[in-house]
Write a protein that binds this ligand. Structure first.
Ligand code: OAD
Length: 239
């Protein structure tokens, strides 16, 4: 299959679901997690992205999240984000499921964004479960809830369940689409990675866009290798 044929599939689809991962934000200057320059090469997830790490040392965890918030705050959406936002305006039904917590899809203008791993701009009380958005950079460390308890980042950590509503919406989108686009994810983290298989089993054509082959490349209908910022405008762009 050629890029032109994949493009025709996308243009004909009446319902599209998309799963994005850190790779789509790489060209905006936000590091990915895996791979040579990935965050998990430099940092240990068990020290920073687990409930146990937060209980052990909330300061260290918050310092890391605050550093990432400042990095993300400087970032602008790239051509890949913008192409997906533009696609949403032309397709009758589109759901954009993202594992990213950076909010760049929304900044690019996408509206139907389903954040299955939470948002780095959200804070959640560690006691009373209140959650709220705070975009200040830097944050006062450690931030607290109005009830007096410590707040934690509103993201999903290793060993935690995905938030229920977004996850149900993501599954529904995967089951109901004609075309499922998987962009810039290593497809290494479940359950999000399983959505491609869910979509395929329900009859969707799965198209992957990634710099490299991934664990799901062999099961997809078509795999496009290259930069999301180069490929997406050609694959889904109007004009
Ligand atoms: P990863 O860092 O695991 O994978 C990023 C993928 O993007 C890799 O497959 C790269 O080849 C690809 N990539 C990098 N730059 C690209 C570009 N410019 N264009 C296209 N592809 C590119 O990131 P995720 O799959 O998002 O979870 O990781 C999944 C989850 O693991 C994250 O949500 C995070 C992490 O631990 C939590 O924090 C809960």
């Amino acid at each position: 299959m050629s890029l032109e044929q994949a493009r025709a599939l996308v243009q004909r689809a009446s319902s599209i679901a998309i799963l994005t991962g850190a790779g789509i934000s790489a060209e905006s200057g936000i590091p990915t997690f895996r791979g040579a320059a990935g965050l998990w090469k430099q940092f240990r997830p068990e020290d920073l992205a687990t409930p146990q790490a937060f209980r052990r040392d909330p300061n260290v965890v918050w310092e890391w999240y605050d550093w990432r918030r400042s990095q993300i705050d400087q970032a602008a959406p790239n051509a890949g984000h913008l192409a997906l936002a533009d696609l949403e305006r032309r397709v009758p039904s589109l759901a954009l499921v993202t594992q990213n917590v950076d909010g760049l899809h929304q900044k690019a203008g996408s509206r139907s964004v389903i954040e299955v791993h939470g948002s780095i701009w959200a804070l959640r009380c560690s006691q009373c479960e209140r959650s709220w958005v705070d975009r200040s950079v830097p944050l006062p460390l450690v931030p607290h809830c109005a009830c007096g308890a410590m707040a934690r980042p509103g993201v999903v950590w290793f060993g935690e369940q995905l938030p229920r509503e977004p996850w149900l919406a993501a599954e529904k989108a995967a089951v109901g689409c004609d075309v499922f686009l998987v962009v810039g994810t290593s497809a290494a983290v479940y359950p999000a990675a399983g959505l491609a298989d869910t979509a395929r089993s329900a009859g969707a054509k799965v198209i992957e866009v990634n710099l490299d082959k991934t664990g799901i490349s062999d099961m997809v209908y078509f795999s496009l290798i290259g930069l999301a910022g180069d490929i997406l405008p050609k694959l889904v762009g109007g004009g």
